[in-house]
Design a protein around this ligand. Structure first.
Ligand code: GCU
Length: 734
């Protein structure tokens, strides 16, 4: 038998020590796993969270082993690199903060055992991620287990894998199921069993395989019917393992999108980071479960598990609930020539450890990797090696990539993976919403035989900020609704997209960000980082995707309203909505998803939307002046700093585009200096991509004024006036 003991209790955390013995001797702090040392400083902004080498130590109680037993340690998440010492001996080094690795400690055990693990999340040029828009938490942030196994056991030391690989192939109403196992030690025979069938196989060169036929196979059919089988394998030594698997077919069509079991199944969902307010990435199973509950309440049927390998428990949940996932490694933002080996080892671990999950349909090679540094030969070669590695490890799934919006669609990188996807932020970082539509239309027209997806799109929203005239860059909850309403309708008109993933389901920690009225957070979430507040945009998707009847009145946090007549948006998946003001029926509208009403304001009002026995209400009140608390920045976010007449014609001003300004040596120098300062408050990614030529080209059409508006409190009104005054000194015509 295989005995597994969870080792999460009674650890000591030591922030710094030179050696294992020094760590063991240090006072330290008693902690329970999962644990990260960046739970607080990784989420409070300033881009100053602790990155270094810390230690975890523990008295390791191992039962006396028989001659025929071995003891292994299993680490399921040690970020980002780890060294494992048992009784002073260094037994393992692992590079990659998101995958499982194991260590055979048998030969080093004594009566009493001291375990010391050094964990490091320092800056380096070899282990990904190093440059990205999320906090690289350090710590033993997932479970650690002690495994006692017979000397002859299923493999524990191969890429942290489960030692068993199940490949179902649908054949008519049946499934041919091939199971392969790998063993270590003097193993002789394996007995397999699945769905009441049994088969025995000899172990040859450390492998044993069998093939079964499941007649009238029960398909794994997404959220409708995620049926799972269990494959068991038992060794003559007594070691036993099992894995669940699902029988399904997946297909990707350049015009019709994604197919599951031969039927069109548009993948419409969200991305998710593995962190939460106050705990960092040291999540409990309950937290994982709650995340999936919220995602499914909204009606998503797919999750892009960005930007790294997520917890086995979460992939298991997606198997059980039928949620299709995109799995990826953190090869992100900036290609590092010294990082090639690490991308290959992280990808090998991702595929070997997760091959059996029916929920996973693709392997993501990288994310926006050309953003800072462009496309180089070394980067292309790194991707070709990753692509080949995935194809050699897994013949059943395609590879994909999430390209940065600046990457020219003609680049050889775009079509390197089997299926491609783009991250676009038109209508948020720059440009206008319809540019998302035209981008995909142009791409699909130019490359009608290529599958294309929408791997990221989003807009930051601080639920404290509201506006009756929402506009790009104002960080209001109101604009986030406008943004996502446009995008969801754009997507529904383009069934060729094989998958679309909102960035992001939840606000998440990016310690380098200090914007939109919050420090340390990327606020593109549809739900806040504590999971307590569903922003109005959550209901845009719930209306389009969820079958659970509901009505939702937007604007519950927009109480003080200065306008005489206010717009009230109601989202619902019901065909008809009636609006009541102060209990009096006002208007009934029929339609789909969004129902918009105009309500005159004269005082305090209760506004209620009803559909059948469903209802939702908000309270508003007429005020004389706009409530400045609803706008971010010193004087409120998006303000008009100048009146028309402030501008001398024939001289530069903030009304000019970045391209025009940069064409002049003096005006250009002023703008460059300003942009360096602004991007420094947007975290590492902004800092590293600001010089990207493709981005520069795109931003050239942006007016300096609109860029400044989006910088919010990064620039004061006084700075804007001084900047404009300086530019107004510079005549345009020489
Ligand atoms: C990029 C990147 C994300 C990042 C997002 C953003 O597309 O892939 O990791 O968080 O943009 O800027 O919000």
């Amino acid at each position: 038998m295989r005995n597994i003991t969870l080792l999460n209790k009674d650890w000591k955390f030591v922030k710094s020590a030179e050696t294992a013995s020094a760590a063991l001797a240090a006072q330290g702090e008693a902690v329970t796993l999962p644990h990260t040392w960046n739970a607080k400083d990784g989420q409070d902004g300033g881009n100053d969270y602790y990155r270094g080498t810390c230690w975890y130590t523990k008295e390791l109680n191992v039962p006396t082993l028989s001659e025929d037993e071995e003891a292994w340690l299993e680490f399921t998440g040690a970020a980002m690199t780890a060294d494992v010492y048992v009784n002073g001996e260094k037994l393992a080094h692992h590079e990659g903060g998101y995958s499982t690795f194991r260590v055979n400690i048998t030969e080093y055990l004594k009566e009493e055992n001291e375990l010391a693990v050094s964990v490091d999340n320092s800056d380096n040029d070899r282990v990904y991620p190093q440059k990205a828009d999320f906090t690289f938490y350090g710590g033993l942030y997932r479970e650690v287990n002690l495994l006692i196994v017979p000397k002859a056991h299923f493999a524990l030391g191969y890429a942290g894998g489960p030692g068993i690989k199940v490949t179902p192939e649908i054949e008519g109403n049946n499934a041919k199921v091939t199971v392969e196992t790998w063993t270590e030690g003097p193993a002789k025979t394996v007995t397999f069993s699945v769905d009441g069938q049994c088969a025995e196989a000899e172990v040859k060169d450390g492998m044993a395989c069998a093939v079964f036929t499941l007649e009238n196979v029960h398909l794994w059919n997404g959220v409708e019917d995620p049926y799972l089988y269990t494959m068991k394998a038992a060794l003559d030594s007594g070691d036993e393992i099992s894995t669940r698997f699902g029988c399904r077919t997946i297909a990707f069509d350049p015009n019709e999108g994604f197919f599951l079991n031969g039927k069109s199944y548009p993948l419409r969902g969200v991305s998710r980071h593995q962190d939460r307010l106050g705990v960092g990435n040291a999540l409990t199973k309950e937290m994982h479960e709650e995340d999936l509950d919220i995602i499914m309440e909204m009606g998503a049927n797919t999750i892009r598990l960005a930007h790294y390998q997520h917890a086995q428990f979460f992939y298991d949940l997606c198997d059980e609930r039928g949620i299709i996932t995109w799995a990826e490694i953190p090869y992100i933002t900036q290609h590092m020539p010294n990082g090639r080996e690490n991308t290959l080892s992280q990808m090998k671990e991702l595929v070997v450890q997760n091959y059996n999950h029916p929920c996973i349909v693709c392997w993501g090679l990288s994310n926006e990797i050309s953003a800072s540094g462009g496309v180089t030969d070394d980067l292309l070669e790194n991707h070709r090696l990753l692509n080949d590695l995935c194809h050699s490890l897994d013949k059943t799934r395609p590879t994909t990539m999430a390209h940065v919006f600046m990457l020219e669609i003609e680049s050889p990188l775009v079509n390197l993976p089997d299926i491609a996807s783009y991250n676009l932020y038109f209508g948020w970082y720059l440009g206008e919403l319809p540019q998302n539509d035209s981008f995909f239309d142009e791409y699909h027209e130019k490359y009608p035989d290529r599958c294309i997806g929408f791997s990221e799109y989003g807009a930051d929203a601080n639920a404290a900020y509201q506006s009756s005239a929402p506009e790009r860059g104002d960080y209001t909850e109101s604009y986030q609704v406008v943004y996502h309403d446009h995008i969801i309708n754009m997507i529904e008109a383009r069934p060729f997209m094989w998958a679309t993933h909102v960035w992001n389901m939840f606000d998440f920690a990016a310690d380098g960000r200090d914007e939109g009225g919050k420090n340390g957070q990327n606020q593109k979430g549809l739900v806040t980082m504590d999971r307590k507040l569903k922003k109005d945009a959550f209901y845009v998707y719930k209306a389009h995707w969820s079958k659970e009847p509901f009505v939702h009145v937007c604007g519950s946090r927009y109480v003080d309203r200065a306008e005489e007549v206010t717009e009230v948006k109601v989202y619902s998946n019901q065909p008809q909505v009636t609006l009541f003001v102060d209990g009096e029926e006002k208007e009934t509208k029929s339609g789909k998803y969004l129902f918009t009403f105009e309500v005159p304001l004269s005082g305090e009002h209760e506004i209620t939307a009803k559909s059948g026995d469903l209802s939702d209400s908000i309270k508003v009140r007429k005020v004389a002046e706009p409530n400045m608390a609803y706008q971010f920045g010193e004087k409120g976010g998006v303000v008009n700093w100048f009146d028309k007449e402030d501008f001398k014609p024939g001289y530069f001003s903030i009304k000019d585009t970045l391209g025009v300004l940069k064409s002049h040596p003096v005006a250009g120098a002023i703008v460059n200096k300003l942009m360096d300062g602004a991007s420094a408050k947007r975290g590492d990614v902004a800092e590293s991509v600001k010089d990207n030529p493709a981005l520069q080209k795109m931003m050239a059409a942006m007016s300096l004024e609109s860029m400044l508006k989006q910088a919010g409190d990064a620039v004061t009104e006084e700075q804007v006036k001084q900047l404009n005054a300086a530019l107004q000194q510079i005549p345009k015509a020489e």
